[in-house]
Design a binder for this molecule. Structure first.
Ligand code: PLP
Length: 383
C-alpha cells in the first residue's frame, strides 16, 4: 500500500494516504459528501453514508492505526467522544473501572456524572504503582484507565508492568496517550490493549481542530466500531483532513517540543522563585527511569509551582505574553493554563486539592517557538 512503510515519519506521511484513485491527487481530498450514489441497492464502492464511513476519515484512521502499531484505528469528533466510545462500547452497567486519580478533568466528569448514573462504578486510585492496581482490582473490574504522562501533574506510570498486572486478572488496560503522542510512546507495543487520544493536541498540533481516536486490536475494536456508527460521534471530513495534515509533521514538531521543554524545565528547576517543577525529563522526577525506558523523549508539558503560592501563580498567569492563557495543549504555540480553574475545574474542590491540583499549580504547554524567546517570557512573568 505504501512505499517504505518502516520509519515513523514515512508512515505519518504515507500510510492510509495513497494518491487519490480517481484523480491522482497527492493529498487526500476532503470528501465533503454525506452520502454515496449506489448503482443498485447494496452495490457501492465501500461507502454508503458518512456517519458510517468517509474516505478522508478512513485515511486518518488507517494512518493512526499504523502510527500506534495497532490493528485498527477509529476517529471521533473529540477526545471525549473517543473515551465515551471505549466505555460504552466495551463495558456494561455493573462493571467497574479503575482509573489512576491524576487524569484529565473531563474524563473524571464523564465517569462520575455520565457513566456512574449509567451503572459503571469507577475507583480512582492514588497509588499509581503496579502493585496499587493489583491491590485495587476486584472480580467486577473490567478495565484499568491510565494516562502517562498524566494531566496535569506529569506523573509517569509503568505501562508494561501495569499491563502485566491487568492481564493476570483478565482486565483491559487503556492508555490515554495524548500527552506523549505515538511518536514518543506506543502503549500497544508495551502490551496495553487500547490507546486513546485527544487528537486535538499533539496529533493535530496546530490548535485548529478538535478530534479523538481509539486504536487497538480488531477483537476489542469491533464493538467500539459498532458504537461509533450507532452513536455517531464522528469527525467531519474537513476535521479529518486538518488532523492528517498535522500528523505529517508530528515527528519534527515533537522533537522540538521536547528540546524546548527540556531546556525550560532545567532552567525553571534552578530558578530561585520556582518552588517545584514537574517534568519527567528531570533526573529528580520520581519516575524518570520509567519515562526514559518507555518514551523516546520526555514531551512538551511542564507543570510548576512558584514561591508565593496562589497569589504568585495568579500574577504569573496574567503576565505571560508568548505563553497564551488558554485551555488545551500540544499546539505549535506555547500555552499556559491554570488547571484548578480551567481544565480540571469539573473535579470537586476537595478531591482536586487532595490530589495537588490547587490554585498554585501552573501548567505549561511548551510550543516550538525559539526557546530563548520562551525563556525570556517566563523570566519576565516570574520576576
Ligand atoms: C489527556 C487528555 N485526554 C482527553 C482529553 C479530551 O479531549 P477533547 O478535548 O479533544 O475532547 C483531553 C483534553 O484536554 C486531555 O488533556
Amino acid at each position: 500500500m505504501t512505499p517504505n512503510p518502516t520509519g515513523f515519519s514515512t508512515r505519518a506521511i504515507h500510510d492510509g494516504q495513497p494518491p487519490d484513485p480517481t484523480t491522482g491527487a497527492t493529498v487526500v481530498p476532503i470528501y465533503a459528501t454525506s452520502t454515496y450514489t449506489q448503482k443498485a441497492p447494496g452495490q457501492h464502492k465501500g461507502y454508503e453514508y458518512s456517519r458510517s464511513g468517509n474516505p478522508t476519515r478512513t485515511a486518518l484512521e488507517l494512518c493512526l492505526a499504523s502510527l500506534e502499531e495497532g490493528e485498527r484505528g477509529l476517529a471521533f469528533a473529540s477526545g471525549l467522544a473517543a473515551t465515551t466510545a471505549v466505555f460504552a462500547g466495551t463495558l456494561k452497567p455493573g462493571d467497574e473501572v479503575i482509573a489512576a486519580a491524576d487524569l484529565y478533568g473531563g474524563t473524571f466528569r464523564l465517569l462520575e456524572r455520565v457513566f456512574k448514573p449509567w451503572g459503571l462504578a469507577t475507583k480512582f486510585i492514588d497509588d499509581d504503582q503496579p502493585q496499587g492496581f493489583a491491590d485495587a482490582i476486584t472480580p467486577a473490574t473490567k478495565m484499568v484507565w491510565i494516562e502517562s504522562p498524566t494531566n496535569p501533574l506529569l506523573g509517569i506510570l509503568d505501562i508494561a508492568a501495569i499491563a502485566e498486572v491487568c492481564h493476570r486478572r483478565n482486565v483491559i488496560l487503556v492508555v490515554d496517550n495524548t500527552f506523549a503522542s505515538p511518536y514518543l510512546q506506543r502503549p500497544i507495543t508495551l502490551s496495553a490493549d487500547l490507546v486513546v487520544h485527544s487528537t486535538t493536541k499533539y496529533i493535530g498540533g496546530h490548535s485548529d481542530v478538535v478530534g479523538g481516536a481509539v486504536i487497538g486490536p480488531n477483537r476489542l475494536m469491533d464493538p467500539i466500531r459498532f458504537y461509533q456508527n450507532a452513536a455517531g460521534g464522528v469527525p467531519g471530513p474537513f476535521d479529518a483532513y486538518l488532523t492528517l495534515r498535522g500528523i505529517k509533521t508530528l515527528a519534527v514538531r515533537m522533537d522540538r517540543h521536547c528540546a524546548n521543554a527540556e531546556d525550560l524545565a532545567e532552567w525553571l528547576s534552578k530558578h530561585p522563585k520556582v518552588e517545584r517543577v514537574y517534568y519527567p525529563g528531570l533526573p529528580e522526577h520520581r519516575n524518570h527511569e520509567v519515562a526514559a525506558k518507555q518514551m523516546r523523549g520526555f514531551g512538551g508539558m511542564i507543570s510548576i509551582r512558584l514561591q508565593g503560592g496562589d497569589d504568585a501563580a495568579k500574577r504569573f498567569l496574567s503576565r505571560t505574553r508568548l505563553f497564551s492563557l488558554a485551555e488545551s495543549l500540544g499546539g505549535v504555540e506555547s500555552l499556559v493554563c491554570h488547571p484548578s480553574t480551567m481544565t480540571h475545574a469539573s473535579i470537586p474542590l476537595a478531591i482536586r486539592q487532595a490530589r495537588g491540583v490547587d490554585d498554585g499549580l501552573i501548567r505549561l504547554s511548551v510550543g516550538i517557538e525559539d526557546v530563548e524567546d520562551l525563556r525570556k517570557d517566563l523570566r519576565e512573568a516570574i520576576e
